[in-house]
Design a protein around this ligand. Structure first.
Ligand SMILES: [Fe+2]
Length: 306
């Protein structure tokens, strides 16, 4: 059996300092930064440490579905890398970028995500990866009954637009990956930051969702089963992406540092058990309790019928 732990939206914050001043002088994004700062009060580093330690202790694989940093600052990347290095001592780590990891187009072009997280993005099928702006994707890891497939939906966007795009080039590469015999005989576990199934109004999806979710659905239409793990919405939800041959379980993890009373939102991690024959045996979630020193079972909102 293989056990995968899923954490997301860590939003590792930079200590206030020189970088903040540089950004706050950039008037274009001052409002955006203020918004992020107000939201950031609910992120607790001690919760994040507990979530990562518990996830690492319970699973063989730890996957992180984006928004690892808060403003893609160098100091945030360094702090996040140290946290993930701790996880990597006992579990293998795989990461995908979120919109917050490509916050500033100038920084994005320097490919900070790749530079800092390269050890977590070593593909077993590098010949099928494409050289995309956020790095080389899809990143594939063949592990026992599972093929982990990391995708990037992160693209720099103007302030107040947090939508994501996979793009035709990456989707073509994904189709080639899924057709590879070593992938086809395993259960695919796809990692993506933005929600691949999203019933919000179109205007909201274009601003905050996965813009090419329909094209993604076509690319995975040949799959009979599998998991699609995502983040971004800061709530644990479970949905289904139906395919002609069956359907994929689509599950989000909440924010890894979030302080919130709701059992489907509070900082935690999801666990997925996959049997040796590739059957997805269980999907469950855990969250940090009020004391911040232990974890307890958490809720996943079941939207499989909506
Ligand atoms: Fe996000």
């Amino acid at each position: 059996m293989m056990r995968i732990a899923h954490v997301s939206d860590l939003h590792v914050l930079s200590p206030a300092g020189v970088e903040w001043r540089r950004i706050l002088f950039n008037k274009r994004i001052t409002g955006h930064v203020n918004l992020v700062m107000r939201r950031s009060r609910v992120y607790r580093r001690e919760y994040l440490r507990m979530v990562l330690a518990q996830a690492a202790a319970r699973a063989d694989q730890v996957v992180v579905t984006g928004d690892i940093t808060n403003l893609s600052l160098e100091s945030e990347y360094i702090a996040a890398r140290a946290l993930l290095d701790d996880v990597a001592r006992t579990a293998e780590v795989t990461v995908v970028p979120g919109n917050h990891d490509v916050y500033l187009p100038a920084i994005f072009r320097e490919r900070d995500f790749v530079r800092h997280f390269d050890p977590f993005l070593q593909s077993d099928l590098p010949e099928l990866a494409r050289d995309l702006e956020a790095g080389r994707y899809p990143c594939v890891k063949l592990r026992g009954p599972v093929a982990l497939i990391a995708l990037t939906s992160a693209v720099p966007r103007p302030p107040f637009v947090s939508a994501g795009v996979l793009g035709r080039e990456q989707l073509a590469a994904l189709e080639a990956v899924l057709a590879h015999p070593e992938v086809a005989r395993r259960t695919p576990v796809l990692l993506i930051h933005h929600p691949p199934v999203d019933h919000r109004p179109r205007v909201v999806r274009l601003r905050d969702g996965l813009v090419d979710a329909t094209a993604f659905g076509r690319s995975v239409a040949g799959l009979a089963r599998g998991l699609v793990l995502y983040g971004h919405i800061h709530e644990r939800e479970r949905r289904v992406l139906p395919t002609p041959a069956g359907g994929l379980d689509v599950v989000s993890a909440s924010g890894g540092a979030l302080d919130d009373p709701r059992a489907s939102v509070r900082a935690g991690f999801n666990l997925y058990d996959i049997d040796d024959d590739g059957t997805i045996a269980s999907v469950q979630a855990w969250m940090v309790d009020e004391s911040g020193t232990a974890v307890t079972r958490a809720a996943i909102v079941d939207r499989r019928r909506s």
